[in-house]
Design a protein. Sequence first.
Length: 199
Amino acid sequence: MQQENARRSNRERTEATRAALMAAARALFIEKSYAETATPEIVAAAGVTRGALYHHFADKQALFRAVVEREAAEVAAEIERATPDAENARQALLDGGRAFLAAMATPGRTRLLLLDGPAVLGRAAMDEIDNRHGARTLREGLEAAMREGAMKPAPVEALTALLAAAFDRAALSIEAGAAQADFIETLGVVLDGLFLPTP
């Protein structure tokens, strides 16, 4: 029992240290950018030693990737929470699009996922991350619509990539001050063009 408690205590300390590093890094990456953030600043903000940083992450880029991966997972989770009871595939895609834009309005998220992410990790790594998270939810929605026979058939990977790029551009425009309602209305128009008329 004592050994089990010690293991749990060690695991909890490990998780707490990792969480502190990621929270401190996220705040600094948003405030200063990845390039302008130094590892000594991160460890000072997290209240841990430099050794603790390198125990959990190989380097600053590995820490950045962990932060980006978590942000992408949170976006996907928000999309999935918004779409469990949609009455049809079109509504699920519309609700998912709304949820994506709302999730991307979290301060700093567009910078991490759409600007610094590709610059620091490269486009291929960001596509790999997105394909496990946000793009995955979009692909699943499109596949469901095609299975239902509700959507015009199209190569699903190409359609996912095209729509994901449009969503990303919309998120950047909204952050710059464009009206979110305009993009949601336009999303409905785009979906209407993809879906077959209801018999």
